[in-house]
Ligand binder design. Structure first.
Ligand code: CA2
Length: 145
């Protein structure tokens, strides 16, 4: 089973700024946590981050035939990107949306997700644990599709 984790803009800054909102764990630390869990489940994990919308679109397109499930923290593009939504819908690869913070407890503009309707579900507000929960959800999605 191959699971692709996609990370959007500014998530490369995790652990360096705004620890009150996003915690003090870096994206590299989160990747280690996810890989430890993946090992227990005999799952292959691929981690990517970009600040560019087009990179994320390309990786979603390339996942077709290469990965079983996408776990995506699209960061701010969650709330704006029809391109990401169209890419997920077009490839037909099952996807799980994840967030570190609880987007529904924050500013109104974060309550709307462009990608939620084309994802299997949303995990939001559990900090770094959202990524591990995303892995568990992805395994479950794969086993049930
Ligand atoms: O809670 C999440 O995971 C978000 O996807 C994070 C995005 C935000 O735009 C979404 O509404 C919710 C922001 C990622 C930016 O990450 C930073 C990390 C450290 C310092 C500054 C930003």
């Amino acid at each position: 089973m191959k699971i692709l984790f996609l990370n959007g803009p500014n998530l490369n800054l995790l652990g360096q700024r705004e620890p009150g909102t996003y915690g003090s764990t870096t994206l590299a630390d989160i990747e280690v946590m996810v890989r430890e869990e993946a090992l227990k489940r005999d799952v292959e994990v691929f981690f990517r981050q970009s600040n560019l919308e087009g990179d994320l679109v390309t990786w979603i397109q390339q996942a077709k035939g290469a990965h079983d499930v996408i776990v995506i923290n699209a960061a701010a593009y969650t709330h704006t990107s029809i391109a990401l939504r169209d890419a997920i819908a077009a490839t037909g690869i099952p996807a799980a949306e994840i967030h570190l913070s609880n987007v529904h407890a924050r500013e109104e503009f974060r309550h709307q997700s462009m990608i939620a309707p084309v994802c299997k579900g949303q995990i939001t507000g559990f900090g770094a644990l959202s990524y591990v929960l995303g892995l568990i959800a992805a395994v479950n999605i794969k086993e049930n599709t």
